[in-house]
Design a protein around this ligand. Structure first.
Ligand code: SF4
Length: 426
């Protein structure tokens, strides 16, 4: 099989992995191109967009995960790179400025150790030949601890996909995978990161996944609620020092009877989970307070911070001239930057609503939840139903739901309002 043909098959096979974002761009320039198979885009910590070659080393999988196009039961073209072949392609794309790095994953071929060894070989060859580009490597659940550690000294980031939010769903949909096999390499990576960090304070460190570890979870293929998903993410952030949990809306590509009969990926749900995840990572929300057992799903028509605030009006109004940082951060319409600006500006003078606007506070959201020197913004209507409608009307539906008819949208939003408000009155 020609190398380019392999690249087409294995680049397409890797596209469902969300832990590296793919833009599907067709950009082509004099010195770079994103139109080649397997090229995707990701964002560095500093917000820079970087192009990566995102491929599987092999899609000849011995596992039979129900949701996966590459499962052993699927009838798809199969291919496998020899490590030297993938090294050659990576080097040549890098030299031509098509890519800045490699996102390396693989189906489980023969067994986890065999697969991980071949991935290790790719990275070893690349680094030996002086490749300084970014490498994100997937750890294969079930591979030996030693192999996982060796990979970590060559990769910039590693990830182990948690795949599904519970052991029972794993058993049903990915019967050859177990929670233990997934959590074990995560633990190995976490321990090695800690060791490297400790050594750093004594002498020059041997870098171990300097960009940290991440994971990916499929959303909507199994019955877990958003609350269960967020609780799991919170535990992963706490216990495994993850940089990111990626949520991947389930894409229906197989007809397995145990999978839900949906035709479109639940992208709005994925979007809301990312917003809730953001609250945990940057706004000091704990995973068990964003949702509760009586209302375990994120609201479709309100972002999670507004929905949380409406359910917890006992914490409001917040007096902006006195509230500490953490309390300000809980207010819809006040972000990390505007909260800090408020803290420094109020040292000079008492803040008014127009001052807040100038400091970057989104008043059309925040006004329902704050006072300035003990007073609400004048002429504000404050019934919960009114506030819900006012806030949800400001929500810009993400582009994937832009086709919803306005009348249907209004009806659905009313239903959602009744659910949340019913919960408020319960
Ligand atoms: S291990 Fe499962 S998810 Fe991964 S390639 Fe094989 S069948 Fe697909």
């Amino acid at each position: 099989m020609e190398l380019y043909e392999k690249l087409e098959i294995l680049g397409a096979a890797a596209k469902y992995d969300a832990s590296c974002s793919s833009s599907g761009s067709n950009r082509q320039g004099k010195v770079g191109s994103a139109a080649l198979p397997g090229i995707c885009h990701s964002w560095a910590n500093d917000g820079r967009c970087i192009s990566l070659l995102k491929v599987l080393l092999s899609n000849k999988c011995i596992y039979n995960c129900a949701y996966c196009k590459n499962s052993t039961d699927s009838d798809v073209p199969r291919a496998e790179f020899a490590p030297e072949e993938l090294v050659k392609i990576t080097e040549s794309f890098y030299a031509r400025n098509y890519i800045e790095g490699l996102f390396l994953s693989s189906a489980v071929t023969r067994n986890p150790d065999y697969t991980m060894e071949r991935m290790l070989e790719v990275m070893r060859l690349l680094r030996q030949r002086g490749f300084g580009g970014y490498i994100h490597c997937k750890a294969i659940p079930g591979a030996s601890d030693d192999l996982v550690r060796q990979c970590g000294f060559l990769a910039d980031r590693m990830s182990v996909n948690i795949e599904l939010p519970s052991q029972s769903s794993l058993q049903l949909l990915a019967p050859k995978k177990s929670k233990l096999d997934i959590l074990n390499p995560m633990g190995v990576i976490r321990n090695a990161i800690t060791e490297a960090r400790d050594k750093k304070s004594i002498h020059a460190p041997e870098p171990f996944v300097p960009a940290g570890q991440s994971t990916q979870m499929i959303v909507g293929a199994s019955p877990e609620t958003d609350r269960q998903i967020l609780l799991l993410s919170g535990a992963l952030y706490r216990n495994y020092e993850l940089k990111r949990v990626y949520y991947s809306a389930y894409v229906p590509v197989t007809n397995h009877p145990a999978l839900p009969g949906i035709t479109k990926p639940p992208l709005l749900r994925e979007h809301r989970l990312y917003q809730a995840d953001w609250l945990m990572r940057f706004y000091n929300f704990s995973s068990d307070e964003i949702l509760d057992e009586r209302l375990p799903m994120l609201d479709e028509y309100l972002d999670p911070k507004c929905a949380w605030a409406l359910r917890h009006m006992e914490y409001f109004p917040v007096e902006v001239n006195r509230a500490p940082l953490n309390t300000l951060l809980r207010v819809p319409g006040i972000g990390n930057i505007s909260a800090r600006r408020i803290l420094s500006a109020r040292r000079m003078a008492k803040l008014t609503f127009s001052d807040l606007k100038a400091l970057g506070v989104v008043l059309k959201r925040a006004a329902y939840f704050i006072t300035c020197s003990g007073k609400y913004e004048p002429q504000l209507k404050m019934s919960p139903a009114y506030v819900y409608r006012a806030l949800s009307a400001q929500e810009k539906l993400p582009v994937f739901d832009a086709g919803i008819q306005t009348s249907m949208f209004d009806e659905a939003r009313e239903l959602s309002a009744m659910r949340l408000l019913g919960r408020l009155q319960a």
